[in-house]
Design a protein around this ligand. Structure first.
Ligand SMILES: Cc1cc2nc3c(=O)[nH]c(=O)nc-3n(C[C@H](O)[C@H](O)[C@H](O)COP(=O)(O)OP(=O)(O)OC[C@H]3O[C@@H](n4cnc5c(N)ncnc54)[C@H](O)[C@@H]3O)c2cc1C
Length: 489
């Protein structure tokens, strides 16, 4: 993985492991092996094989086990957590993947409560910066400020998007009356049709990249509106207070995945990339390079483009295969920068910058809660991530610091530490935050996202009925698939 310095980079020596990264699992290890795990290790036969140890897979496995079923979770990586991952910068544990939680993400908040993990609010005191179409404006609150002549149109365009998000059934957008029309447009063509002012168009493009890690020209407008619908609206997606960036977890988000894996014990098998799934009337046989697992059912939680790399026997129906060929991951690089102190706060700034002049961004304050140090976290999203993923870490670092210095001055050029994760080059992920379909895909192939194929069921945040693309959605999908199977087992 290009340039990453995750804290659990070492490969575990055991094939069957509880999935805790070195240094993160203190206090969680030493768990008793679950009975079915012992049986599974011996006979490699369980009720359900779950593919992928992200939040969806771990949730599904725990729920199935709670219903009295035996499970094994096969994970391709040498760690659990999927699109969440821990790192350490300037002595602080941070998240290299998913991190924020919002107030309506109740499944994730419930999970954190269960494990006694507290949240704290995203720092948002002061002025944000929007620098769009050559005009810099500082603003407070959630709606970026554009040049005065553009504001009315900006509010109007966001209002149109909100209206769509309210009308569209987010989990089943292909059933929407206007689905064919919206699915024939990209977000870009919709923006151009609905906004005349260059500043509004540019702001909408910046927001799209920030929300989907994809270019507006690459994603269906129906998919975008449905995405917002499953979050409860566009405002919920872009907002800090009350929205998707509302709060963080003390000690990081990834620890919740580690704790779920610890509860599952040896039923989580790392370094176990599933290469093939064979199904028949008798059950499924799931193959990794080292082993074959027999089960009555399989749950695949890998996102569609990765699920499509598994070899299925018999082959997938045309609808499912067509879907997985047509739903690419977004492109994203996540970056943390540590400073001796949060000097931007001294100037009354929150640290949030939205700009169409930079390659890096948006970025947010991510200063440690204690000790007085400063921190920023931000992204290369969509086109910028495509352009920078294959550059050297030193090139990226120079670009990131230069972009931050444009707004925060030369102090930004002197960090005490720098850490990044190039998700687009991560072998088992191939990007993030989410897989997003281009035009024509959801209306033609959408139902194949959820519909089981024989004994194989699908989960993962892309299949969620709420908060698609987020950890909360992943958890919901894990619950849904466990309930589907409990009804069949
Ligand atoms: C940079 C970044 C920032 C994000 N920020 C946020 C945020 O702030 N808040 C938020 O809620 N969400 C955020 N997200 C999104 C969030 O992380 C994901 O929605 C969520 O983690 C997805 O969980 P999942 O279980 O559905 O999928 P995944 O986490 O992708 O899990 C799927 C698992 O399957 C494994 N796998 C794939 N193929 C195979 C195979 N053949 N065999 C075995 N295993 C396989 C993968 O290794 C992976 O572990 C972010 C994501 C990224 C990348």
């Amino acid at each position: 993985m290009a340039g990453h310095r995750g804290i659990d980079g070492g490969r575990p020596s055991r094939r069957v492991a509880i999935g805790l990264g070195a240094g993160m699992g203190a206090g969680l290890a030493g768990l008793a092996a679950a009975p079915e795990a012992t049986a599974a290790a011996a006979g490699r036969s369980v009720d359900v094989v779950v593919v992928g140890a992200g939040f969806a897979g771990l949730t599904a496995a725990l729920r199935l086990r709670a219903a009295g079923r035996s499970v094994v979770v096969l994970e391709a990586d040498d760690r659990v957590g999927g699109r969440t991952k821990p790192g350490r910068i300037a002595g602080e544990v941070i998240d290299l993947g998913g991190q924020w939680v919002g107030p309506s993400q109740t499944r994730l908040l419930d999970l954190a409560r269960r494990y006694g993990t507290a949240t704290y609010p995203q720092f948002a005191t002061g002025r944000n910066i929007a620098d769009i179409a050559g005009q810099r404006a500082d603003y407070e609150g959630e709606t970026p400020t554009l040049e005065p002549a553009a504001m009315a149109e900006f509010v109007d365009v966001i209002g149109k998007l909100e209206k769509l998000a309210l009308e569209i059934p987010g989990a089943r957008p292909w059933t929407f009356a206007g689905a064919a029309d919206l699915d024939s447009q990209t977000i870009e063509t919709w923006i151009v049709a609905n906004a005349k002012t260059p500043a509004v168009r540019s702001a909408m493009r910046v927001l799209t990249r920030a929300l989907l890690s994809a270019e507006p020209s690459q994603v269906s407008m129906l998919a975008y509106a449905a995405y917002a619908a499953t979050a409860g609206g566009f405002g919920a997606l872009i907002s800090t207070r009350g929205g998707a960036q509302d709060a963080l977890f003390e000690g990081g988000t990834w620890q919740l995945a580690a704790r779920m894996a610890a509860d599952l014990g040896p039923a989580v098998v790392l370094n176990a990339p599933v290469q093939r799934i064979r199904q028949s009337d008798a059950g499924v046989v799931v193959g990794t390079p080292d082993a074959e697992w027999r089960a009555r059912y399989a749950v695949v939680t890998a996102p569609p483009p990765l699920a499509g790399r598994v070899h299925y026997e018999p082959p997938m129906p045309a609808a499912r295969d067509g879907l997985t060929q047509r739903m690419p991951m977004g492109c994203v690089i996540k970056v943390h920068v540590a400073y001796a102190r949060p000097f931007w706060r001294e100037r009354g700034l929150t640290g949030l910058v939205l700009s169409d002049r930079t390659e890096f961004g948006p970025w947010f304050d991510h200063s440690p809660r204690r000790g007085g140090g400063g921190g920023l976290v931000g992204f290369f999203d969509g086109g910028p991530a495509q352009r920078w993923a294959d550059r050297s870490p030193a090139d990226r670092r120079a670009r990131v610091l230069g972009d931050i210095a444009l707004y925060f001055g030369d102090e930004a050029l002197k960090p005490v530490d720098y850490l990044e994760e190039v998700w687009t080059r991560a072998a088992n992920h191939r990007g993030g935050y989410v897989a997003a379909p281009p035009p024509g895909v959801i209306t033609a192939f959408g139902p194949a996202l959820h519909e089981p194929v024989g004994r194989i069921h699908w989960a993962g945040t892309e299949t969620a009925d709420a908060w698609v693309g987020y950890i909360d959605g992943a958890i919901r999908s894990g619950e849904r698939v466990a309930d589907e199977l409990a009804a069949r087992l």
